[in-house]
Design a protein around this ligand. Structure first.
Ligand code: HEC
Ligand code: HEC
Ligand code: HEC
Length: 399
């Protein structure tokens, strides 16, 4: 893998710029924003429809400042707010990769569907003036080389904060590095919650070891703590699994130093909840129709989930089928992720193997999913999530 390709992988340019595998980087991904739908653009080196006419200086400017070759401003849906931290050398390698290793694809960009008044790009200049801190990462001489490398990667290329740092009313990220309150403190995105990953021991991942953080980013799974589904599974699959162990360790070192953020000291830790509880024993000898009326959660669980996660929720010994207690998705007060996992399943392909949990969205009604979620959070998590069928319905839209 060339240096440029490595930087493209860790920055996950593919996530937003590739929609058809046979046309890498040709753009066209729909990004629903509060004011309308924006489409990512063609960044192949095609001279008419792509970025074939960009010079290195143009390319540096678009990544650092979000300004296109023609001088117009990009919406901050393109994470130039993070990529601004990339070093000159890394930008140069990335430029070389896009210009010389990517096949030009002739495909015109799609117009965005943002209402005329909102689609004026000049107010973005004001947005940038207010919120965007431009400039390459600056080394902190008091910290180790490993820490600095981690800070460079987390704040910049791997853009963890794009998903994990809360946003304000103008969609601006509320913090861009560890010196600012709420950096990586958790944020909602498209029906998912990207958890608090500060070093707080209960609200964050302060009790995870260095090796566990590395393993999670490389494989997406740390049995007894967490698995990566949804957007995090994609980030692991397309990006983080390719990072060298040295880079992953740098990320872990830096993460473990990020100021703890805890907005509610009474909130229990996500991954320390619950214990094995056998549904099989509870339902034994109870006629099926009685069980489904009186113990609907346990019945649904035995009918749909226990084949893989075991009757007592302990999963398989190797963790391929994860345990449902000591599981951050069930232990979290943000129930959206659990609903998403049941509706849409889990798919993750990495060098360490294929992970697949089937989607139950077609098979289970909104009410059944709600019943299961309330049952699971009560049995294997901290407390009954108390959600209703309409909460589930709201998350089906992404199907
Ligand atoms: C989270 C989604 C996302 C990621 C990740 C992303 N981009 Fe973008 N990018 C966009 C969107 C959306 C636009 C169009 C924004 C607009 O029209 O205002 C864009 C526009 C661009 C443009 C402007 C091209 C033009 O039309 O002139 C360039 C260049 C670009 N991206 C390069 C990159 C590179 C290189 C990477 C990886 C280092 C990357 N992008 C990663 C979403 C993304
Ligand atoms: C595209 C959005 C996105 C990006 C980028 C992203 N994450 Fe995540 N992350 C998520 C979501 C969503 C979850 C919850 C996944 C789930 O419920 O299975 C998550 C979960 C996690 C968890 C598990 C926390 C727990 O308690 O279960 C860790 C650790 C984590 N991310 C670290 C990182 C790091 C480090 C980076 C940058 C190197 C990063 N993430 C980048 C969206 C993202
Ligand atoms: C065919 C086997 C299978 C069945 C049936 C199954 N699962 Fe899973 N489940 C998996 C696999 C595989 C994973 C992913 C493990 C990983 O990410 O490493 C998983 C993951 C999960 C997770 C963790 C997701 C995360 O992001 O941390 C939860 C929660 C879960 N399943 C709940 C359920 C529920 C509830 C049911 C029943 C409606 C169910 N599963 C049915 C195989 C299954």
């Amino acid at each position: 893998m060339s240096r440029g390709e490595y930087i493209a992988k860790m920055s996950d340019c593919t996530a937003c710029h590739t929609t058809q595998t046979d046309k890498p980087f040709a753009g066209g991904l729909a990004m629903p924003l509060p004011m309308g739908t924006l489409y990512s653009t063609n960044i192949t080196p095609d001279k008419e429809t792509g970025i074939g006419r960009y010079t290195l200086a143009d390319f540096r400017r678009v990544l650092r400042e979000g300004i296109r070759k023609d001088g117009s401003r990009l919406y901050p849906a393109m994470p130039y707010t993070e990529y601004t931290k990339l070093s000159d050398a890394d930008i140069e390698s990335l430029y070389d990769y896009f210009m010389n290793q990517i096949k030009p694809v002739h495909q015109a960009n799609r117009e965005n569907d943002i209402p005329a008044i909102m689609s004026m790009r000049w107010p973005l200049a004001l947005w940038n003036w207010m919120f965007h801190k431009q400039g390459a990462y600056r080394v902190k001489p008091d910290e180790s080389a490993q820490w600095n490398r981690g800070a460079y990667l987390v704040q910049g290329a791997t853009h963890c904060g794009t998903c994990h740092t809360p946003r304000g009313l103008a969609m601006q990220s509320l913090a861009s590095d560890e010196t600012e309150h709420s950096f990586l403190a958790g944020s909602d995105l498209g029906g998912w919650h990207a958890f608090n990953i500060t070093s707080d021991e209960t609200a964050g991942i302060g009790k995870w070891s260095q090796a566990e953080i590395v393993q999670y980013l490389k494989t997406g799974s740390v049995p007894g703590k967490a698995q990566a589904a949804g957007p995090m599974a994609e980030a692991v699959e397309h990006s983080f699994q390719y990072l060298t162990d040295s880079d992953l360790n740098s990320i872990a070192t830096y993460l473990r130093s990020v100021t703890p953020f805890n907005d509610d000291k009474n909130k229990p830790s996500r991954f320390e909840q619950g214990q094995p509880v056998s549904q099989d024993l509870k339902l034994r000898g109870v006629p099926v129709d009685v069980a489904s009326k009186k113990m609907p959660g346990a019945s649904l669980y035995m009918g749909n989930c226990s084949v893989c996660h075991d009757a007592d929720g302990s999963g398989s010994p190797d963790g391929y089928y994860p345990s449902l207690y000591h599981n951050s998705v069930i232990g979290s007060e943000h129930t959206g992720n659990l609903i998403q996992v049941i509706l849409h399943g889990v798919k993750r392909h990495t060098a360490s193997g294929d992970v697949m949990m089937p989607a139950f969205g077609q098979h289970l009604s909104d009410k059944e999913v709600a019943t299961l979620v309330n049952f699971l959070t009560k049995t294997y998590g901290a407390k009954d999530a108390n959600i209703s069928a309409s909460d589930v319905k709201a998350l089906r839209v992404s199907e």
